[in-house]
Design a protein around this ligand. Structure first.
Ligand code: NAD
Ligand code: DAO
Ligand code: ZN
Length: 383
């Protein structure tokens, strides 16, 4: 449980407390979480930099589990089904047919994956059916806000049906939990948002889990040059294993903007760049290292509340494109099961991103490892 924000999020990050998890209301699903990983976004919210962060809450959004009970009207999953919670929800076909929210118009035709049906409620940390939380701290009766519509750092959680992707039962839950965020995001940024084509040159800023997933997908897309950029050279060897062809540590040339280094090294700039850190300065570098006329830069990293990006408008007037992506543009409930199939067919990596596995009792150790840059993904065994 995150009782309050912590600037030094890794110091005794969470309290482990008994929580009462109410039964699912109409349209809701109660899930026994078997495994959850930590993502940098959990740390970001805990640090207090997330404008939407509400406390006290239960964090966690990259997980897998088993349906324990369903609320009235739920038909797309049954008790015992294996599922992945999706922070980016996806409404049902009948909802879209009725134009239930202003986003349906673009959602139906594939212009966005940002379903709006339950977004106001997941943002507010409550459930849509009654505007209330399903979590109560046993010790003092405090109501706890839901987080990202998922709250997977709990042995049981209640989700909107729209946030529940049913997956095949032979898929290992201790692995496919990673499809709830980081890997789907990195792969989708390349396949859906940028649509990288064979022979391209790509620069990836930040070689954590998201950056490595971008590299994996760039290689799969047939990119010829894949340039990894990180201030931690310890990341380069692993990035090479994922498909990076060359590396830049901006600290090796502190007086030269990294975008100039990349433009010079590539004869004018890369075709695609991806910012996977959450730094507004790097977002500028990532845009400006792309080629005049056609370069595209994709923002994936989440910057702190109130921060702004800037560049000279000339950069855009001359044809560079600045884009962003949430959950890699994937529609969650329908496409996460397809990603599971790809993993089961050996087409994508997951195991290689899991550097640590710890019991729930050591979740704070996992925050420390993330802070120290020692882990990619640490999977928490919840029972
Ligand atoms: P991570 O902390 O594992 O990786 C970040 C990497 O960036 C590290 O290797 C670090 O050494 C490197 N780095 C830090 N400062 C740098 C700098 N100035 N220059 C170059 N490299 C630098 O994080 P992650 O889990 O891979 O997540 C990356 C970002 O993506 C986070 O901001 C996270 O919140 C965001 N994210 C976004 C989405 C989305 O849907 N858009 C989804 C998941 C995560
Ligand atoms: O639908 O209005 C909306 C916005 C949804 C929020 C998407 C957040 C994407 C970046 C954070 C993801 C990290 C897990
Ligand atoms: Zn995440």
């Amino acid at each position: 449980m995150a009782r309050a924000p912590k600037k030094n999020y890794w110091e005794d990050a969470l309290t482990i407390e008994e929580v009462e998890v109410a039964p699912p209301g109409p349209g809701e699903v109660r899930v026994k979480i078997t495994h959850t990983a930590l993502c940098h976004t959990d740390a970001f919210t805990l640090s207090g930099d997330d404008a939407e962060g509400k406390f006290p809450c239960i964090l966690g959004h990259e997980a897998a589990g088993v349906v324990e009970s369903i609320g009235e009207g739920v038909t797309h999953v049954s008790v015992g089904d294996h599922v992945i919670p999706c922070y980016q929800a996806e409404c049902f076909p009948e909802d879209q047919a009725s134009d239930h929210c202003p986003r349906c118009r673009g959602y139906r035709v594939g212009k966005t994956n940002l379903c709006g049906k339950i977004r106001p409620f997941t943002g507010a940390g409550v459930m849509k059916s009654d505007g209330a939380s399903r979590f109560t701290a046993t010790s003092d009766g405090t109501k706890l806000w839901h987080y990202m519509g998922t709250s997977t750092f709990s042995q049981y959680t209640v989700l909107h049906g729209e946030s529940v992707a049913k997956v095949r039962k032979d898929a290992p839950l201790d692995k496919v939990n990673l499809l709830g965020c980081g890997l789907a995001t990195g792969w989708g940024a390349v396949e859906n948002t940028a649509a990288v084509e064979p022979g391209s040159s790509c620069a990836i800023f930040g070689l954590g889990t998201v950056g490595l997933a971008v590299i994996e997908a760039c290689q799969k897309a047939g990119a010829k040059r894949i340039i990894g950029v990180d201030v931690d050279p310890a990341k380069f060897e692993l990035a090479a294993q994922f498909g990076a062809t060359e590396f830049i540590n901006p600290r090796d040339a502190p007086d030269t903007p990294v975008q100039k280094t990349i433009v010079d090294a590539t004869g004018g700039g890369v075709d695609y760049s991806f910012e996977c850190v959450g730094s507004v300065e790097l977002m500028r570098s990532a845009l400006e290292c792309t080629h005049i006329g056609w370069g595209q830069s994709i923002i994936i990293g989440v910057a702190g509340a109130g921060q702004e990006i800037s560049t000279r408008p000339f950069q855009l007037v001359t044809g560079r494109v600045w884009k962003g992506t949430a959950f890699g543009g994937f529609k969650s409930r329908t496409q996460v099961p397809e990603l599971v199939d790809k993993y089961m067919a050996g087409e994508v990596k997951i195991d290689e991103y899991i550097t640590h596995s710890l019991p729930l009792s050591q979740i704070n150790k996992a925050f420390e490892l993330m802070h120290e840059g020692k882990s990619l993904r640490c999977v928490i065994e919840m029972h």
